[in-house]
Design a protein around this ligand. Structure first.
Ligand SMILES: *[C@@H]1O[C@H](CO)[C@@H](O)[C@H](O)[C@H]1NC(C)=O
Ligand SMILES: *[C@@H]1O[C@H](CO)[C@@H](O)[C@H](O)[C@H]1NC(C)=O
Ligand SMILES: *[C@@H]1O[C@H](CO)[C@@H](O)[C@H](O)[C@H]1NC(C)=O
Ligand SMILES: *[C@@H]1O[C@H](CO)[C@@H](O)[C@H](O)[C@H]1NC(C)=O
Ligand SMILES: *[C@@H]1O[C@H](CO)[C@@H](O)[C@H](O)[C@H]1NC(C)=O
Ligand SMILES: *[C@@H]1O[C@H](CO)[C@@H](O)[C@H](O)[C@H]1NC(C)=O
Length: 409
């Protein structure tokens, strides 16, 4: 039988992989401290010096390594891991260079955890591990960006004739035929059922969710071996959430308003309940990607008043920086996810992404509608400070996902 993608039992493949790794570490220690550094040792001092935001205060977990705590190191040669033009799957909303972005430093930052190093991403190894498996991202456009980033990281090692990419309604499927593996994305911005579920026409002003209804979507995820969820931005309307008790298409009278956190909690609990019922403890993995931050107000990082992510070309250096991301919504994640009887691995990408005011698509993307002369005269008025250019920040999210999937870090 093939690898068990479990956090609890090591698969035969990962055991042999670790034997190989142990040997490499041994040889490396014999010959060079530098090589040993690559293999989960502490970063070299000059890497710490290079990195931004690395002065995070020390606390607990001396021997363990929090992958999400660290700083950004500029790595001209090592990043990006693919070129924008060489990945045909990036949607035009994320191809910043093709849309005239003048700078490219945002592509060259590598995440450096404070107490260890990330294993380097090996596309062949990942595909081997995914053999015969179905991996599915479920969520909103930010999760779609991460999905696209992952196939950009993987597709080069697959010959043209042995891969395909297809979208039907809410489901996009990338398949690697020789590996009998698929990596998929399913559009469900609230995870539960909502009036924003149409994969193309979902820009409704008055958002309504059915917080306890998930099967309409989840029937499409059933049977996945690896699930990667996200949901956050669509909840942040600034007003209370409308929860529909009945079903869409009925008289729609039975709507109650609820605090956003309470509605979010209901939806997450529903997702957890589904996971507990449908995912297999031994052979599957479930991830949840924490909130992706926005950079709408430059005052928050001490920039010129009135600005946003537009014209930002460097990361934020203050390691304590936390912008406008809701701490109370984070608190809901903290409360709900650890209670799942099937472990849900949190990819806590919020803090590391908070530093990256430079990594958004800003004005360098395909526009939905033509820009007015007023907008053109004031570019920051139409900058997108939610989504991220590819290649870029989301490749790091996938390096972290890769690490959590296959390494015991
Ligand atoms: C850190 O790097 C800067 C140059 O980037 C250098 O001037 C400084 O001496 C370095 N500090 C240490 C402690 O190595
Ligand atoms: C990547 O993984 C494959 C399959 O395990 C292995 O053969 C190859 O040597 C690895 N490449 C690197 C650069 O480590
Ligand atoms: C391909 O993978 C599916 C599970 O995703 C499995 O049911 C099927 O038997 C596999 N086919 C081959 C030829 O290995
Ligand atoms: C998971 O593995 C354990 C230990 O091998 C076994 O006892 C248990 O029945 C398995 N659970 C499922 C749901 O397959
Ligand atoms: C962009 O920022 C630079 C400083 O980093 C500033 O000199 C320049 O005027 C800004 N450009 C625009 C169009 O705001
Ligand atoms: C994620 O990380 C942030 C800061 O590093 C922390 O404040 C937050 O509690 C973490 N979230 C969860 C759900 O553990």
């Amino acid at each position: 039988m093939k690898p068990l993608l479990s956090s609890h039992r090591k698969s035969p493949l990962s055991v042999s992989y670790f034997v190989v790794l142990a040997f490499i570490v041994f040889v490396a220690l014999l010959y060079s401290e530098d090589i040993a550094c690559i293999l989960f040792k502490s970063p070299r001092p000059q890497e710490i010096n290079d990195s931004l935001a690395s002065s995070v205060p020390t606390e607990k977990e001396e021997e363990g390594c929090d992958l999400f705590e660290g700083g950004w190191a500029y790595d001209e040669a090592g990043r990006p891991q693919y070129e924008e033009g060489e990945c045909p799957y990036i949607q035009p909303q994320l191809t910043c260079q093709a849309h005239g972005r003048p700078d490219s430093r945002y592509q060259h930052w590598r995440w450096q955890p404070r107490k260890c190093s990330l294993p380097s991403f090996n596309a062949t190894l990942m595909l081997e591990m995914l053999r015969g498996k179905r991996m599915m991202f479920v969520g909103d456009s930010l999760n779609r960006g991460q999905f696209v980033s992952l196939i950009c990281l993987l597709h080069r090692v697959i010959p043209e004739s042995a891969k395909s990419y297809e979208t039907v309604d809410s489901l996009t499927v990338f398949s690697a035929k020789e590996y009998n593996a698929t990596i998929e994305f399913y559009w469900a911005p609230f995870l539960v059922e909502s009036n924003s579920d149409n994969a193309v026409i979902h820009r409704v002003d008055d958002r309504i969710v059915r917080a306890r209804s998930i099967n309409k979507h989840a029937q499409h995820w059933k049977g996945s071996d690896i699930l990667v969820f996200n949901t956050y931005l669509w909840w942040m309307t600034g007003v209370k959430m409308k929860i529909l008790k009945g079903s869409f298409g009925g008289d729609m009278k039975n709507i109650v308003e609820m605090e956003t956190e309470d509605a979010y909690r209901l939806a997450l609990r529903r997702m957890v309940k589904w996971v507990e019922k449908n995912m297999d403890h031994n052979n599957t993995r479930v991830f949840f990607v924490s909130m992706s931050p926005s950079h709408e107000r430059s005052e928050l990082w001490g920039g010129e008043p009135g600005g946003n992510c537009y014209n930002q070309t460097t990361p934020i250096e203050d390691s304590t920086y936390w912008g406008s991301t809701s701490k109370s919504m984070m608190q809901v994640l903290k409360e709900v996810l650890p209670r799942s009887r099937i472990p849900i691995t949190l990819l806590n990408i919020t803090q590391l992404s908070e530093y990256r005011k430079d990594a958004h698509t800003s004005i360098y993307k395909k526009q939905w509608s033509p820009l007015t002369p007023e907008q053109l005269a004031n570019p920051k008025s139409y900058a997108d400070c939610n989504h991220w250019c590819l290649p870029g920040l989301q490749d790091t999210w996938n390096e972290l996902l890769y690490t959590k999937l296959f390494f015991h870090l």
